[in-house]
Design a protein around this ligand. Structure first.
Ligand code: SF4
Ligand code: SF4
Length: 114
């Protein structure tokens, strides 16, 4: 059992507070594509921090999560710096909360990578 505070999701497009509700609702397209996460399971890259907020491990440390074959492909196409920059772009970092309030939908789409 932990003592993490419950962090409420802010309104759609308000600054992201890393409550993790979007990721807890289901894996995003990146998790499906790169981590083979299935609908209904918790994304394997969702990381909880010591303050109870959540982070995307695919962004923070992709090498830890991505499978070697896809890693080689991503590295060949873009390199890791470009990969993490693309993850940030797809997830809409800096654009506020990406999860609509009702119904709760995570709006992230995978672009062409090459
Ligand atoms: S944003 Fe990151 S942690 Fe959240 S579901 Fe997608 S890959 Fe997983
Ligand atoms: S995008 Fe919204 S739901 Fe997802 S962690 Fe940020 S504030 Fe929470």
């Amino acid at each position: 059992m932990n003592d993490f505070p419950i962090i409420q999701k802010p309104p759609y497009r308000s600054p992201c507070n890393r409550c993790g509700e979007c990721c807890k609702a289901g894996p995003c397209d990146l998790a499906t594509d790169f981590l083979q996460a299935d609908d209904g399971e918790l994304c394997p890259a969702l990381e909880v921090e010591s303050d109870g907020r959540f982070s995307c491990g695919l962004f923070k440390r992709p090498i830890h999560y991505i499978n070697p074959q896809l890693a080689a492909e991503a590295e060949t196409i873009n390199g890791w710096t470009d990969f993490t920059a693309k993850v940030a772009e797809v997830l809409g970092f800096g654009q506020g909360c990406s999860m609509e309030d009702e119904p709760r939908v995570l709006s992230c789409k995978i672009p062409e990578w090459a």
